[in-house]
Structures are given as structure tokens and as C-alpha cells.
Design a protein around this ligand. Structure first.
Ligand SMILES: [Zn+2]
Length: 308
């Protein structure tokens, strides 16, 4: 099942990201913004596992940078992901080629998430926040200290906000492609939904490997980001419960299923994440604090999105 990580060249993958996710965001999403806004995506070669967004005042352009090292690491993790997210009975009938396509799909949903997370830092006004005039280059750097604010609560709030909106959109993409995936991968939509929920949490394993399950200067801990992932998808369904019709589920059964998958994921990684599971699973304190901070900070005045 394991593929050679050199099987696909990194440049080929970057090219694929350009013609799928990046093109999708650049062509479709301007309609969601209040004004014409210049946004560019760029890959950088530096040996850094990073992605970031910044505003270039002189060129009046918001720039999103994706580190090639980040992409290649996620690719490596995705090549063994099936062993982690499958119940054998679900995949026992799949051909090698179908399994490989399933791994590809998971990888591209992760990349989709990263691109959306950066795009929402821009669209939600995080880079402009607090400035009357945009007179300097703000920057959100995902693994280093950010230079736009020294207020940690606000930094934490922006990261949760970018995750929240990104997951809602990435989940929307999954819903839009699930019928095709069903045919292409020879899996039922129910199994695909379960795979999607399970596998999306694994993107944060990379961050656990890099820095442990700790809060960064602004970022929530990886395990907290997994909770945010599940809560954001649950929120998307709460707003549009008819999404679940094709899965023969209702909101209540989805909440139960996704919460169980999160609980199982934490149970399987209890030692690695150093979790106090009861404390994490049964509290949404971080989310509640974020919603409260958001209410107080009047982000709407800065956001570039038309509504929300
Ligand atoms: Zn971020």
C-alpha cells in the first residue's frame, strides 16, 4: 500500500494545486468580496514547513505563500493515511488504484484547507484589523510570531476564525464532490463521510510532530484545532441540515457520529497528544471564548467579505 514518496514530483503536485484549488479560489471567490481585491498565491522553496498571508502595500496585493516543504511533508503523511482512517472491512474490496486515489483525495482536501485558511485570514480582515489606514505590511506567519498584533487573545481568535471558515468551505467542497468520489473510489457516501471526518483531523498530526500538542504564539494546540474542525463542520450542517439527506442522517446523528470519531481519535492518540480527554471532549470553552472575543472586536468593520 505504501507508495514511494518520490512517486510524484513535488513540482507536479504544486502544478496540480495551482490548477485546482488556487484557480478555484481566484476565479470563484472574488464574488464573495466587497471590492475588487488583488490576491496572489506563491510557492516558496525555503526549507520551512510554513504557509502565511501578508499584505504588500506597495503593490496593493494580498499574498499567500505556501512552503513546498509543508506540501511535501503532508504528501508523505497522506501516503500512509489509509492505515489510520480505515476500518478494514470498508476498504477490503478496493483496488490498489482506488486506495491510491483515496489517499490523493485526502491530501488535496488538506491542501484545500491550508489555502482556504490563508485566504480567510485575508477575507475576514485579520490582516487589516485595527488599522485606520493600511499603511504597513501586515503578515500572519503560521509558525512564527506574528507582527500585526501583540495581543495573544486576538491572535488566537484569528486562528480559530480562519480554521472555522476554511473548514466550512472545505466541507462544502467535499459535499460537492462526494458523488464523483463515490463512483471513482467504489465507496458508499456514508463511508466517504466517515473517512473525510477522520482524515481531516490527521492534518494536525504534522504540527504535533513538529512542536508537540501545545499552543503556539497564536495558534491553538493541534488537539484544540481538531475540536474546532469538528465544531465548524457541525456548524455548517446546523445552518444547512438538508446537506445530510444523501447520507440518510439528520443533524443529531451527525453530531453523535462526528463527536464519537473525535473521541476515538483522541483515545487512540492519548499518549502522543498528552491529553486529559475528559477535560477536552466535554468542554467547548475555547470556542465560547472565541465567539465572545469576536463579538467584542467588531471584525465586521474590517472584513473584505460581503456578509457573515
Ligand atoms: Zn493562520
Amino acid at each position: 500500500m505504501k507508495k514511494d514518496s518520490n512517486f510524484e514530483e513535488l513540482d507536479e503536485i504544486c502544478n496540480m494545486i495551482e490548477i485546482t484549488t488556487v484557480r478555484h479560489i481566484l476565479e470563484i471567490y472574488p464574488q464573495f468580496l466587497k471590492n475588487k481585491t488583488n490576491i496572489s498565491f506563491n510557492f516558496f522553496e525555503k526549507n520551512s514547513l510554513n504557509a502565511y498571508a501578508k499584505y504588500d502595500y506597495y503593490n496593493d496585493t494580498y499574498e499567500i505563500y505556501l512552503g513546498k516543504k509543508l506540501i511535501s511533508e503532508l504528501r508523505n503523511i497522506s501516503l500512509n493515511i489509509i492505515n489510520n482512517v480505515s476500518d478494514d472491512k470498508d476498504i477490503s474490496h478496493m483496488t490498489r488504484n482506488e486506495l491510491s486515489k483515496l489517499e490523493d483525495s485526502i491530501f488535496y482536501f488538506w491542501i484545500h484547507f491550508i489555502c482556504h485558511h490563508e485566504w480567510f485570514h485575508i477575507a475576514r480582515g485579520h490582516l487589516n484589523y485595527g488599522s485606520k489606514n493600511i499603511d504597513k505590511c501586515f503578515k500572519i506567519n503560521e509558525l512564527q510570531t506574528n507582527d500585526y498584533t501583540k495581543n495573544n487573545n486576538i491572535g488566537l481568535c484569528f486562528e480559530i476564525d480562519a480554521d472555522r471558515y476554511a473548514w466550512k468551505f472545505v466541507f462544502g467542497s467535499f459535499i460537492m464532490t462526494v458523488d464523483n468520489l463515490e463512483k471513482e473510489l467504489n465507496l458508499t457516501v456514508d463511508v466517504l463521510l466517515k473517512f473525510f471526518i477522520k482524515s481531516m483531523m490527521y492534518i494536525f498530526d504534522l504540527f504535533v510532530d513538529l512542536g508537540g500538542n501545545n499552543r503556539g504564539t497564536e495558534h491553538p494546540a493541534p488537539s484544540e484545532r481538531m475540536i474546532i474542525t469538528i465544531m465548524s463542520i457541525q456548524e455548517a450542517i446546523h445552518i444547512k441540515p438538508e446537506i445530510l439527506e444523501k447520507f440518510d442522517m439528520n443533524e443529531e446523528t451527525f453530531i453523535m457520529m462526528s463527536t464519537t470519531l473525535l473521541r476515538e481519535h483522541f483515545k487512540n492518540h492519548e499518549l502522543k497528544y498528552k491529553l486529559d480527554i475528559d477535560k477536552l471532549i466535554f468542554t467547548s470553552q475555547l470556542w465560547d471564548d472565541y465567539i465572545q472575543t469576536l463579538k467584542n472586536m467588531k471584525l465586521d468593520e474590517y472584513q473584505l467579505l460581503r456578509e457573515f
